[in-house]
Write a protein that binds this ligand. Structure first.
Ligand code: GLA
Length: 385
């Protein structure tokens, strides 16, 4: 699946003059390593084959005039007056990104054009990071700015966190920028280095629960605080511990008496999940998809029972997927509290999975209609040439 770039150029010409340049960034699907990134841990995401694309041309002044085609909205603002719109408004991500670049000493230029995406908005595949990364790519491309790649990822994260109020980790922005076709990225969220992992033949299916994620922001920040509190207690006994990345299950057990029960369980998820990332890389490199699927299932159970970020809708989708022949494994992905699940399966199982969800999800969760689609690992952000 890809956007129709010729159609996007034509849409630009309907509203603006001249020729646009196209800057794109993809969504992400995290294979495994959930809620580990802000604990300095490991994650194994892939960029998706769905994206957000800005078709834009520079202006001689500092005005920004943009049409968000998916929303049928047009907005104009000046780079010299970056006052924010109400929360979650799409222009805030662009303003926040321009602000981060300029605070770093870069000078952006005004621009105009159209934006289109084929990512579900708010569907758990990080449409907001795709959007902010695409904005960053456009702002840098149009003004010929060349920040260091890792620094740019950090600026995108800062821009997005400021625009959303979420104390998010770096996985989504990193993946949107550095993803690679047919590969997953094993990211070390402490050193910010990554290694590419070739994916054996399997089909990745995303099922969007359509449950809104209104609880995600407070629940996410609360989990992050609990992890930090746990790491601090554990550091009392093991002074070299800076984050849960530095802790194993034996050390956690030794500190159990000093930890609040909820904090203990949150830490147990992060430590076990971090270990599963390493195991997932080895079984993927051996081509053992059944072992990989099992790790996905264990990840879901841990996110549900220890981390407390699943919900009825995600559990229903995962349980449906677990019963479909040819599905290696399935789990919720992303922050949780709504959003989507990922199932790894044989190509021949996709239709069976779609049919099972179509038949059973409405019975279990009648207020939502799930959207189910296959995806594959694509390339990170860049200009479409
Ligand atoms: C959200 C955040 C990421 C990560 C995941 C959970 O997607 O943006 O940084 O923490 O949740 O793994």
């Amino acid at each position: 699946m890809a956007l129709d770039y010729a159609a996007l150029r034509a849409e630009f010409r309907q509203h603006f003059s001249g020729q646009p340049r196209l800057f794109r960034a993809p969504g992400r699907v995290n294979l495994i390593g959930e809620h580990t990134d802000y604990n300095d841990g490991y994650v194994l995401p892939a960029a998706m084959d769905r994206e957000v694309c800005f078709a834009v041309a520079p202006r001689a002044d500092r005005q920004v005039r943009l049409r968000a085609l998916n929303l049928d909205q047009q907005e104009t603002f000046s780079l010299d007056q970056l006052a924010w719109q109400p929360k979650a408004h799409w222009t805030n991500y662009i303003k926040s990104m321009a602000h981060q670049l300029e605070a770093e000493g870069y000078r952006c230029v005004g621009f105009e054009g159209v934006i289109r995406g084929d990512l579900p908005i708010g569907g758990g595949v990080s449409s907001s990071s795709a959007f902010t990364a695409a904005a960053a790519t456009a702002l840098c491309g149009l003004a010929d700015l060349k920040p260091d790649e890792t620094r740019l990822v950090q600026l995108i994260l800062a821009a997005e966190n400021a625009a959303t109020g979420l104390r998010g980790g770096i996985m989504d922005q990193y993946t949107a920028c550095r993803g690679r076709r047919d590969r997953a990225l094993l990211i070390d969220c402490r050193t910010l280095a990554h290694r590419l992992v070739t994916l054996p033949p399997m089909t990745l299916v995303v099922a969007d629960s359509k449950k809104d994620r209104s609880l995600a922001e407070s629940g996410y920040n609360e989990r992050r605080g609990q992890c930090e509190a746990g790491a601090k207690v554990i550091a009392g006994r093991y002074p070299w511990v800076r984050a849960l990345r530095d802790v194993n299950l034996d050390m956690l057990a030794a500190c159990r008496g000093e930890l609040d029960e909820i904090v203990y369980r949150r830490c147990r998820h992060v430590i076990a999940e971090n270990a599963r990332v390493g195991q997932a890389v080895s079984v993927l490199e051996q081509g053992d998809l059944h072992a990989f699927g099992l790790l996905l299932n264990l990840s879901h159970v841990s996110l549900r029972d220890d981390y407390g970020v699943s919900c009825t809708e995600l559990d229903a989708l995962v349980e449906i997927a677990w019963q479909v022949p040819g599905v290696y494994g399935a789990r919720m992905v992303g922050a949780g509290f709504g959003g989507c699940i990922l199932a790894a399966c044989e190509a021949s199982a996709v239709e069976l999975l779609q049919a099972a969800i179509a038949a059973q999800y409405p019975q279990r969760c009648p207020q939502f209609a799930a959207e189910v689609y296959a995806t594959s690992a694509g390339d990170g952000a860049g200009e479409v040439l």
